[in-house]
Design a protein around this ligand. Sequence first.
Ligand code: GCB
Length: 633
Amino acid sequence: MRSALSSSVRWWVHAVLLVCCLGAAGQPTDMWLRRTLPLNGDWPVIVDPIDHGSVDYRSRRRDLFAADTRDDGRYGLVEFSWDDEHTLAVPGDWNSQDERLFFYEGAVWYRKVFELGESGWSGDDGERLWLCFGGANRLTTVWVNGEKVGENGVGFTPFSFDVTGAVREGENMVVARVDNRRAFEAVPGEIYDWWNYGGLTRDVWLATSPGVYVSGWRLWLDGGVIRGEVAVAGDGPPGDADAVVEVLVDELGIAERVELVGGRGSFSVPAVGVERWSPERPRLYEVRVVGPGGDVLVDRMGFREIETEGGRVLLNGEPVVLRGVSIHEEAPFGGGRSVGEADARVLLGWAKELGCNFVRLAHYTHNEHTVRLAEELGLMVWAEIPVYWILDFENPATLAEAKAHLDGMIDRDRNRSNIVIWSIGNETGDAPEVTRFRRRLGEHVKRRDPTRLLSAAMFARQVREPWGAGGDGGAIAKRDGSAGERLVKLVVDDPFGEIADVLAINSYIGWYHDRPDEIAGVGVELAWDKPLMLSEFGAGVKQGRRGSADERWTEEYGLSVYGHTLRWAESLPNFAGMSPWTLHDFRSPRRPRYGVQDWYNRKGLISETGEKKLVYGLLAGWYGEMIDTNNNE
Ligand code: GCB
């Protein structure tokens, strides 16, 4: 009796823990699966560098451009018009579409007209209509027919608004004001090494749902079982939210009726006959989730397990080395934000050709197209939020915004089997207030999703010795004859390592400090017996520039840094993988050197015009050998 009781209590605790992972009930989180009417295309815009649309000449608040006010004599003079020829493509950033907006950081107003009839929405039986944005950078305020429907300030994750009450028959007008000004207390803050592309950078669409809808669901493999959670929300006939959700995976014979209590439920079924997702065989299964109000969501996903054991990463119980590359969400050819599936196909195609089984999607949540395509192609993913360099770490609002980035990313991608690492940030340093901040984020991730590995790209502590000190008795001389110190050791003891599952360090020996041929002499010490990744290393190379191995910006200098770093990597303790910086050259206002950088960070393996640099070939060869040695793909 006693043991039966305690096991049911355990089950209840487990169930509560599980449903926490779905987050707060309310807004549906699977809008991707509900797309009914795409609103992509050319949107007329008004560029607003002085906030003319938001404040009048007495500094009084107004939303001047939110309505389609016409100069019909009733309003007096109207000095704007939405009928202008001036449009921008959505999805897309404004900086790369109009050269006058190249450096622009401010507000732009967008407008779109749609026919309600085309949305497929009937409004019968409490059916809802949602206006959905895959992402916009950054502060976005939205009106429908002049009525404000909501705001969003998280630049890289999806958001949606229930516009059921705001639409009318026939023609409807959406206005979105997007403002990409930097702010110290925001996430990211004011300083970062990528372009602050502004605008409606991702897909926009209309979606429909019943009055009571599936607000979240999640399935995952846990040893011998598949576990699941579901949640419903919304208004409907009494009792609907306490009904049943069906979860069906036909190919696995799963047809689970999940009973809901207070709108939530969980289950587990034996994982019989499940083919594990892996880079060699990225097997996906169709999943159908059927909610009480006739709501049906259909997705495709894989099942796999990821864990660590001492210094190794295990995928489906087998050790795996992450052969990766870091990627910015930058268009493959010629700068600008990458948008849509075609861009993702080029970028991920380059990574596959390189021999990767892993990509680090830096430094913010990438487009849903990219993550989904990576799952299909067999690429494991490190997903990251823009907690980067310097933030207002002691400001509770900044912490809340960082958590909102994590929530948006986890809610969107929790069913993507290829995501193996959640990263809470990059190169923040380890001052006490920074560590407190990162620890809170790490704990938040573990609460929200304990089924993936936790990491952050960290600095290692450099240990230097004066020349001639130690055992060499002065015999080792720096090649250029200079005096000073030499780097002898990197110590990975950033306190975040304590809660991280994977230790990851960015190392630019040979580029920002010391010489490439000094890399081999640098030891690495870990404060924990955990897997170690080189989350970044690299060198600036202007594609096609030739010279000696000592000359910066040349292909030869790049080969030297990569050659020495790759040999060194093989000797690192607990070496579990790498994601060199980066797949291709990307725009950054921190890179003004004319004739060489021209506003591009040149550490790509591929140029901004799609030309492969010599380092690409070198790394491809190295990954090829790893594949042969491990006899896997
Ligand atoms: C880093 C940063 C990355 C930069 C890179 C560089 O350590 O993590 O965002 O772009 O170095 O090129 O300096």
